[in-house]
Design a protein around this ligand. Structure first.
Ligand SMILES: Nc1ncnc2c1ncn2[C@@H]1O[C@H](COP(=O)(O)OP(=O)(O)OP(=O)(O)O)[C@@H](O)[C@H]1O
Ligand SMILES: [Mg+2]
Length: 329
């Protein structure tokens, strides 16, 4: 039985640039299950933010969706294609069903309004018939859940809160309409380690409590191991591997996933021995032939430089490589 809530099917997105079209996402497919937490990983520039923002319809003007669908299974079981919704239909789904929190989104608060007005406005923009008292009551519960003092936070201006407090307040705010999917783009990047740890624990608690699905983007694989059920590895705009979190860490199939894992700094490794994947990500305007990863891959052969590998689907994972785990397909 299928239990996906969000399904990316063959998504391709490009940006118009002075040099020509830059292929930021190409033929990307993966699913997010109901209540599942999916990590999107890959080096800078591989298309993570682009594919995530396409869901909520806020791509930059230079972007063009060249093909594919993002299917969303609504609460009533009907299916919406996020790419073909009207502005109004999308507005109805955003916040109530799907919310996205951005890289450095602490600045998304209005600086000249106290926090409580931002809770009131968010609810009133999407739900009618709730009194201020009811909304504030719920806001207090959520702020307590993220371990903040509601009396203090609600009547503060955003600049009066620390970075970690703002992030937690934003988390409470995103939960106020009880969304079914939360998308987080590097939610903890700007925070110190202890605060990051706290936010992660809160996210896990909240998932358990509200059972929403989570898509999160990160460069930190320790966050992946704590928060993800499933890992989607992107390289140069393509999804090169999807795997359950344990399988990803214990036996990655794509040499790129393997490289990312080997590049994690360990306490036991001196900085001289630190591994890094050789070479750079390719030019997405003038992409190499064959497998996009082959110029950097230890297992590449003649076929890899000539043919683009298709995706192989196994029971609970997929990969696009002629030499998964260094062997032969
Ligand atoms: N507005 C834009 N105009 C032109 N190119 C863009 C634009 N935004 C992103 N790109 C390009 O699209 C590609 C994918 O970018 P994207 O921001 O989605 O990557 P990312 O995986 O989120 O990277 P990071 O980890 O650095 O956030 C990159 O090559 C980037 O340079
Ligand atoms: Mg990004």
């Amino acid at each position: 039985m299928e239990n996906w809530i969000l399904k990316f099917e063959d998504v391709s997105i490009s940006y118009k640039t002075k040099r020509g079209y830059l292929q930021a996402v190409s033929n990307a497919s993966f699913e997010v299950g109901q209540g599942q937490s999916v990590a999107l990983i890959g080096e800078s520039g591989c298309g993570k933010t682009t594919i995530a923002t396409s869901v909520v319809g806020i791509l930059p003007l230079a972007a063009r969706i060249d093909g594919g669908h993002v299917l969303y299974r609504k609460g009533d079981g009907s299916i919406a294609d996020m790419y073909s919704l009207s502005r109004k239909e999308r507005r109805i789904l955003l916040w109530k069903d799907i919310v996205m929190m951005f890289q450095a989104s602490q600045s998304s608060f209005n600086p000249v309004r106290r926090i409580y007005t931002q809770f009131l406005d968010t609810v009133k923009a999407h739900e009618s018939g709730k009194s201020d008292r009811e909304i504030l009551e719920r806001s207090r519960e959520l702020l307590e859940m993220v371990m903040l003092d509601p009396d203090k936070v609600l009547y503060s201006y955003p600049h009066e809160l620390s970075g970690g407090m703002k992030q937690r307040t934003l988390l409470a705010l995103t939960m106020i309409l009880n969304p079914r999917i939360l998308i987080l783009d590097e939610p903890t990047t700007a925070l110190d380690l202890i605060t990051q740890e706290k936010i992660l624990r809160l996210l896990n608690d909240m998932r358990r409590r509200f059972n929403f699905s989570l898509i999160f983007i990160t460069h930190d694989l320790s966050i992946v191991s704590e928060l993800a059920d499933k890992v989607v590895t992107m390289y140069a705009g393509e999804v090169v591997e999807t795997a359950p979190v344990r399988a990803f860490f214990t036996h990655p199939l794509h040499p790129y996933s393997d490289g990312l894992l080997k590049a994690i700094p360990r306490l036991t490794t001196s900085s001289d021995n630190l591994f890094s994947i050789p070479g750079n990500t390719p030019d997405l305007i003038d992409r190499p032939s064959g497998c996009l990863f082959h110029p950097r891959c230890a297992y590449e052969d003649e076929k890899c430089s000539r043919c683009r590998p298709c995706t192989t689907y196994l029971e609970d994972r997929s990969f696009s490589c002629f030499h998964p785990a260094g062997g032969d397909e």
